[in-house]
Design a protein around this ligand. Structure first.
Ligand SMILES: [Zn+2]
Length: 286
């Protein structure tokens, strides 16, 4: 394995720690109240990602869905003990713009406290389910700032039926500031082509397109803008043996099962080609 060039920009590596059935695409077939009835494959798939990061000497940020943390705190402890950043993916994986401000507040407050009780350390970061910080949930960052979060990584500057703020800034910026406290937004990475923001990010975009797309896009962001990228993945995306369910997804189709068998190999290439660090390190919060 050859090490990525040390002069290239540092990228943020992130994992949204949720089980295969907790994805928004399954809302219609596996409601929240039924989650306990399905096989949890989270420990095994998270360990696979931890193993890969260890192999490449990389640290990342794990945004943990705390419904899982309450039931399996050992997974959170293993992430923390391996030197990764533990951050919040909320409690119940509800789309933010489908909640009231009060419901959202209760969800992210419970998540932060649960994780802090497990790791004995402040949780700084939050990522919304399905990047659902949009124009309809403009109060989201205010709630995070109130609760002591220091950064958010929920804005995806693209146009999509499920998420997206196409006109949002594309690189870290202060999204809220009050009484000397700041909340920094770390948007999911895009590259601009012909005036449009193309999604890079990770997840489905890594699975659907050939690896060359992600490599091209990240290098393009480095070269043209001199900035690092934000990459994200889910544990279930490296678990090709997960159960198959019929779902039309929230977009009328679902990409959930596309190329699951190829994701691990792509991830290995990515980890070999680029330098990564936890989000808090990239933002200079530690
Ligand atoms: Zn999620």
């Amino acid at each position: 394995m050859t090490a990525p060039p040390s002069e290239s920009p540092l990228n943020a590596f992130s994992v949204d720690v949720e089980d295969w059935y907790q994805v928004a695409d399954f809302d219609a077939v596996i409601p929240f109240a039924a989650w306990d009835r399905y096989e949890s494959r989270l420990r095994r798939s998270t360990e696979k990602i931890l193993g890969l990061l260890d192999e490449f000497g990389t640290k990342g940020t794990f945004f943990v869905l705390t419904w899982n943390a309450e039931r399996r705190p050992d997974i959170v402890r293993a992430i923390h003990a391996a030197g990764h950043e533990v951050a919040s993916h909320g409690y119940a994986h509800r789309i933010v713009y489908e909640q009231t401000r009060e419901e959202f507040r209760a969800d992210v407050e419970r998540a932060k406290k649960t994780l802090e009780d497990i790791i004995g350390e402040a949780v700084l970061g939050y990522r919304a389910p399905s990047f659902s910080f949009t124009a309809e949930s403009a109060w989201g960052p205010d709630v995070l700032l109130d609760l002591g979060y220091r950064y958010d990584s929920s804005v995806f500057p693209v146009r999509d039926t499920l998420y997206g703020m196409p006109d949002a800034e594309r690189f870290p910026y202060v999204i809220r500031e009050r009484d000397g406290r700041r909340l920094v937004e770390f948007p999911i990475t895009t590259t601009v082509l012909c005036g449009r923001n193309l999604p890079l990010g990770g997840g489905g975009w890594l699975r659907i397109f050939p690896y060359a797309y992600m490599r091209w896009g990240m290098r393009r962001v480095h070269r043209r803008e001199g900035r690092g990228a934000v990459f994200y993945i889910h544990p279930w995306e490296v678990d090709p043996e997960q159960p198959r369910m019929q779902t039309a997804g929230r977009r009328g189709f679902s990409s959930h099962y596309v190329n699951l068998g190829r994701t691990e190999a792509k991830l290995r290439r990515l980890l070999g080609d680029f330098r990564f660090a936890p989000m808090r390190d990239c933002l200079g919060l530690v």
